[in-house]
Design a protein around this ligand. Structure first.
Ligand code: SAM
Length: 276
């Protein structure tokens, strides 16, 4: 039996440490051990290696990562109330769990994470997109991490993985898929969480591309997608006017009457190169 199974059930952990979930910290905890094991396996824990978890909370997913075979978990948690519960897990898995008490948005991860680390997290919904953008906009590419296996609200998962012409296609789709492959693995019912959120969630898997899908500079791509999707119903000649509109579109060989939702990521990269 894995050592994690000797730890008390998560409901008892929460009661013992007074971990009433805080909405301000995006705390929706997972208690279902079958589900946490499924997420850990989706992240590849059964293959061993080092994992980075943002927001372990009382440690449901942390225990699953260790129980499924992770050699090491580095976990960053902002809520100091969770630290004693996480220390109990660290004691049950000597030398395998390092807990960092910090804000994941502020943490200098490059100095902490080993090359090839895999990231697995049930992200807090209020900062989940900001944390993903932090990882996607890493200065060096390919990044230090080998994969991301992340829980998001389903609507955010759909935006990350959307293809052109779909209602969810936007800035996040272009940024994510320019640098990564991205797919939704499975949905998670609100009732799996305590407290249940108001919407369905999805597990998304991202893997970094060796090179971005098409050459261009990240700041230029961000400027182009911000201007384009800032007015997503308008034709590109209108929404890109302030950046040089028709000239840019001609340089990139794109019909100025097109709307941003119909452009491929390669076409956005061509516009970014024209802007540069
Ligand atoms: N991993 C646990 C689970 O699956 O049951 C908890 C997930 S809960 C959705 C999100 C966790 O992220 C909470 O424990 C919360 O305290 C933590 N958190 C929120 N904002 C954070 C931040 N900026 N940096 C690190 N952790 C954060």
């Amino acid at each position: 039996m894995p050592a994690a199974d000797k730890l008390p059930p998560l409901r008892e952990v929460i009661a013992a440490h007074g971990l009433a979930p805080k909405k301000s910290l995006g705390q929706n905890f997972l208690f279902d051990l079958n589900l946490t094991a499924k997420i850990a396996r989706a992240a590849g824990a059964q293959d061993g290696g080092t994992f980075y978890e943002v927001g372990p909370g009382p440690g449901g997913l942390t225990r699953a990562l260790l129980g499924e075979g992770a050699d090491k978990v580095i976990a960053v948690e902002r809520d100091v109330r969770c630290l004693p519960a996480l220390e109990e897990i660290a004691a049950a898995w000597p030398g395998k769990l390092r807990v960092i008490s910090d804000d994941a948005l502020e943490l200098d991860e490059a100095s902490i994470l080993p090359q090839g680390v895999r990231i697995a997290a049930n992200l807090p919904y209020n900062v989940g997109t900001a944390i993903l953008i932090k990882w996607l906009t890493a200065q060096t590419w390919p990044p230090v991490w080998a994969s991301l296996t992340l829980m998001f609200q389903k609507e955010v998962a759909q935006r990350i993985t959307a293809k052109p012409s779909g209602e969810h296609y936007g800035r996040l789709s272009v940024l994510a898929q320019w640098r990564c492959t991205a797919k939704i693995l499975f949905d998670v019912n609100p009732n799996a969480f305590v407290p249940p959120p108001s919407v369905t969630s999805s597990i998304v898997r991202l893997e970094p591309r060796e090179k971005p899908l098409a050459p261009c500079r990240l700041p230029d791509l961000e400027k182009i997608t911000a201007a384009s999707f800032g007015q997503r119903r308008k034709m590109l000649r209108q929404s890109l006017k302030a950046l040089g509109g028709e000239v840019l579109l001609a340089k990139a060989g794109i019909d100025p009457t097109q709307r941003p939702e119909d452009l491929t990521i390669e076409q956005f990269a061509a516009l970014a190169r024209a802007l540069a």
